[in-house]
Design a protein around this ligand. Sequence first.
Ligand code: C6P
Length: 404
Amino acid sequence: MDIEKIRQDFPILGQTVYNKPLVYLDNAATTQKPRVVVDSMQELYYTVNANVHRGVHYLSARATEMLEQARERVASFIGSESAQNIIFTRGTTESLNLIASSFTKAFVKPGSQIIVSAMEHHSNIVPWQLEAVRAGAELKVIPVDENGNLLLDEYKKLFTDKTVLVSVTHVSNVLGTVNPVAELAQIAHSHNVPIVIDGAQSTPHMKIDVRAIDADFFVFSGHKMYGPTGIGVLYGKRELLEAMPPYQGGGEMIKHVSFEKTTYNELPYKFEAGTPDYIAAIALARAIDYMDGIGIDAIEQHERELMQYAMQRLSAIKDIRFIGNAAHRSGVISFLVGNIHPTDMGVLLDRLGIAVRTGHHCAEPLMNRYGIPGTLRISFGLYNTIQEIDSLIAALDRVIPMLS
Ligand code: C6P
């Protein structure tokens, strides 16, 4: 990978903040966008903008065709059996809310049990709580060990004849743990229970094959993988999506409407009420092309090297405590130093041009599990460099004595 050449594709990375070169290590929150993605959005607005699936005119037909090509592109990117299984949403959060709402209406009864894990993002906890309260269902939680691994034996024990669904993250946004999702799926399926995989933190970093995982649902956000904000994906198995009622009502999701009875459109349109963000969906396909152009394997290898180098340099810091030390990790490193508050460190690092994230990372139950208020988190993208890690270490060497 020619990182210097790649960095030229991301104009934002070339700037200085507080007169310091920007070192962007907050990629798990959102990634920067390459020119091809941003330019494609401008070009689409200038040349093909028209509402999709509605018009008889040239532009509408062209925009519709491009949206459907983008759906095909997303389908092939994650190994979906068909583009009909791909629903465009606003992001991971909306995808999870959609599943929670529609799946619950179809399959959850008073007393039903839904399994999540202790390392979930709030987006994979709160939608289930909202629905569980309404339906009289209960959440059960797979515990994590000290290193940030899911306890598989405990997971197996959580299943009862009331279990209706498992919903777990592929990669933890705090610990970086890559969960054994194919194994989790296989265990769920042995109890005839479907599984949702939150791919928000895996799709930017590794090859995804929803059929190899045998995921019943797989969700992710475009903005975390070099695509635009406001677009996300929900993959679902056909028989489940067919059995679930629509999430929102409105245009496009219907076949016929009368005041007596409405019938619904076929998949995937049944779940896409209203005008979709077709510009962002098409630009997401450009982001996928961009990642594929570099090669997902090359990205994974580069980020692995960054991770190893960062772990080696960070380990030399006195009183550092890593939160998350699983054998299989990706994308993020979370840590604390002595009893310095992570936010204080983050604010001072910012002044030195280093962008990191601090706090609970929308995973408060996980913070409680480790008895900490939050962490300082660095997270990698395909354009980060070894020199940037050196800059981070140099900055930490200045900041830590000031706060100790
Ligand atoms: N995590 C982070 O800095 P949205 O906001 O819908 O694109 O993604 C939500 C989400 C769901 N699951 C996981 C595992 C996530 O990491 C996120 C977003 C960001 O860690 C923002 S809190």
